[in-house]
Design a protein around this ligand. Structure first.
Ligand code: AP5
Length: 224
């Protein structure tokens, strides 16, 4: 299963991808997580990416594509991948297609989480992320069992640095400008599936798996 998740910040891409990883065993590849790791490690990529991320701007296409391409191609031959946060521009979508076509492991489906602005703001304001393993929580929607502590690994939970009101506003504006061409790209190829992103994470996951099953995208051995 090779799936791309599309949607604005706070649409639930990361949360649903973590369920697909845990229940279907597919590899979760999140461009934002990889970039945050590079920032933390202070690599040359991290130094350049960190400046754009702090402003809520996109990291240049060439940097993100180079960072992600080999991982995706490798995963495309195994149990598959769920891509979260990439592609985010038409140029990234084309680069991804080219890399996967060469590997004969193309994207099966692009799923767009259509989400209302009010819901996005509520979700990002309450998001808490584990500093050690990256697991997502929400102060009210999905609290951890112990306050401030990750259920999965015991790491400390904190808000994300770019979940501040001004940066959120910039990220949403950037997303609005970039999303339409990416959706059009997958629509043209007959791969786009749109879902109501305002629903709960479990509801989105269940409906997605049901659609995968109905349309035969779920390969044997990846049943939840
Ligand atoms: P990235 O990390 O990809 O952030 P994003 O796209 O802004 O998306 P988010 O992680 O904010 O949202 P999400 O949809 O994953 O929501 P989540 O599941 O966490 O990118 C960060 C930055 O890196 C970018 O601004 C850019 O600078 C750079 N970057 C990354 N990729 C790039 C690329 N390809 N090209 C260039 N630059 C790139 O949910 C949010 C919260 O809501 C959580 O607390 C969760 O628990 C809760 N929640 C989610 N869904 C639900 C639900 N259905 N019901 C109830 N609660 C929910």
């Amino acid at each position: 299963m090779r799936v791309v998740l599309l949607g604005p910040p706070g649409a639930g891409k990361g949360s649903v991808a973590q369920l697909l990883r845990d229940r279907l065993g597919v590899l979760h590849i999140a461009s934002g997580d990889l970039l945050r790791e590079a920032v933390k490690a202070n690599t040359p990529l991290g130094i350049e990416a960190g400046r754009a991320m702090a402003r809520g701007e996109l990291v240049p296409d060439a940097l993100v594509t180079a960072m992600i391409r080999d991982r995706v191609v490798q995963a495309g031959h195994g149990r598959g991948f769920v891509l979260d946060g990439f592609p985010r521009t038409a140029a990234q979508a084309v680069a991804l297609d080219e890399a996967l076509a060469a590997a004969q492991a193309p994207v099966d489906r692009a799923v767009y989480f259509k989400t209302s602005p009010a819901m996005i703001v509520k979700r990002l304001a309450g998001r808490r992320v584990c500093a050690a393993c990256g697991q997502n929580y929400h102060a009210t929607n999905r609290p951890p069992r112990r306050d401030g502590v990750c259920d999965r690994c015991g790491g400390a939970l904190a808000p994300r640095a770019d979940d501040q009101p001004e940066t959120i506003a910039r990220r949403l504006a950037v997303d609005e400008a970039q999303t339409a061409p990416v959706l059009a790209h997958y629509e043209r190829r007959g791969l786009l599936h749109t879902m109501d992103g305002d629903q709960s994470v479990e509801a989105v996951f269940d409906q997605m798996v049901a659609a995968f099953r109905r349309q035969g995208w779920l390969q044997q051995g990846t049943e939840p």
